[in-house]
Design a protein. Structure first.
Ligand SMILES: *Cc1c(COP(=O)(O)O)cnc(C)c1O
Length: 342
């Protein structure tokens, strides 16, 4: 039996795209990297294309191939990592548009695929990807031929952070007077308002129901099956390293999912699962394929418990594990049965 059932609500995904598009000044692209934030990039991209998305962003050329094959020839598929050594055939054969990040990438693209489209990514203060201001003096000559000039905000999930305004100012200064379409905002920037929108917003996490899009409709529910339930006496330990010891008679359910399914070990002793409206604490350590849950308060022996669902969002579970929703979603493993509702 599968390690659980990941329910994916495509109606919610569509609703989130439309809600973010309604806030965006112009075009709303969709970021579908990391297998569509763990939900399945072909399925997600097809759903968002139906919802109206015409431009898609992925991290790598290989991810771009999957999107091109899922969507056919029409949509634009942009690659954040640009034109890396070895990417030329994929870019050419699948009509991908690399977002070039360095003088070396520009030279590589010009040489290998002189007539193929490209965008330019600028580093406005995140120090991660993109042309640095010093490179830009020369690279700016290519801007008129680019399909997009883009940059990425480091602090957009904190709207009051001073770096947002600084990056906005830098992006404006670097691209001033250029008629090429521009894009700065991911989910957080989309929510910060039209100053940040330029010609295209490119949300990711908000589409999938995650923070900082707090008004998002939840897209996933994750239900985990119970393998067995045991009664334990006071003084009995549960799990590796015996980190939990019962102080009263408890009912412990063992569930078929663990850190190999993305339910990271940092959830040990911190997360809560739900049986309908009844909270059931995770006790002891998360194992590779198993979780131990205190189901003493359940009215009957549960057959399955929810770890994501109406009572616990991706971000709430992330908080229990000391991480962020992005990591919870993209870590969801391949062992779940996927049940899609449209
Ligand atoms: C991942 C990413 C996005 C989408 O970010 P979200 O916070 O998920 O909306 C947009 N642009 C770039 C460059 C990214 O790396």
């Amino acid at each position: 039996m599968a390690s659980g059932t990941l329910h994916i609500d495509l109606t919610a995904l569509t609703a989130n795209y439309r809600a973010l598009a309604a806030k965006s000044a112009r075009e709303t692209a969709a970021v579908v990297k990391a297998d569509g934030y763990g939900l399945g990039s072909a399925l997600v991209a097809q759903t968002l294309a139906k919802a109206g998305a015409r431009t898609f962003f992925v991290a790598t050329a290989e991810e771009g191939v999957t999107i091109r094959q899922a969507l056919g020839a029409e949509p634009t598929v942009n690659v954040f990592s640009g034109h890396m050594d070895g990417d030329t055939a994929l870019i050419r054969d699948h009509a991908l548009t690399p977002m070039l990040n360095s003088p070396e990438q520009i030279a590589r693209h010009q040489k290998a695929l002189p007539n193929a489209p490209f965008g330019l990514q600028l580093d406005t203060g995140m120090s991660r990807l993109g042309l640095q201001p010093a490179d830009w003096a020369e690279a700016r000559a290519h801007a008129a031929n680019a399909t997009l000039l883009m940059s990425h905000l480091a602090c957009a999930d904190e709207p009051a952070h001073a770096q947002n305004g600084q990056q906005l100012g830098t992006f404006r200064a670097l691209t001033e007077g250029l008629g090429t379409p521009k894009s700065l905002a991911a989910t957080g920037g989309t929510l910060m308002g039209p100053d940040y929108h330029f010609d295209m917003t490119r949300p990711g996490i908000g589409l999938y129901g995650g923070f900082p899009f707090t008004d998002a409709t939840p897209v996933v529910r994750l239900s985990l099956p119970v393998i067995q339930i045991r009664d334990i006496a006071p003084g009995t330990a549960v799990g590796y390293s015996a980190t939990y010891v019962a102080d009263s008679p408890r009912k412990i359910a063992t569930l078929s999912a663990g850190y190999a399914d993305g339910l990271i070990r940092a959830m040990s002793s911190n997360a809560t699962l739900w049986y309908g409206d009844t909270p059931c604490p995770l006790v002891g350590r998360v194992s590779m394929d198993l979780l131990t849950i205190d189901v003493t308060d359940c009215a009957e022996p549960p057959e399955a418990l929810d770890i994501l669902g109406p009572h616990q969002s991706v971000d709430q579970l992330a908080e229990a594990a000391g991480t962020i929703g992005y990591e919870i979603l993209t870590a969801l493993g391949s062992r779940y049965a996927r049940k899609v509702t449209a």
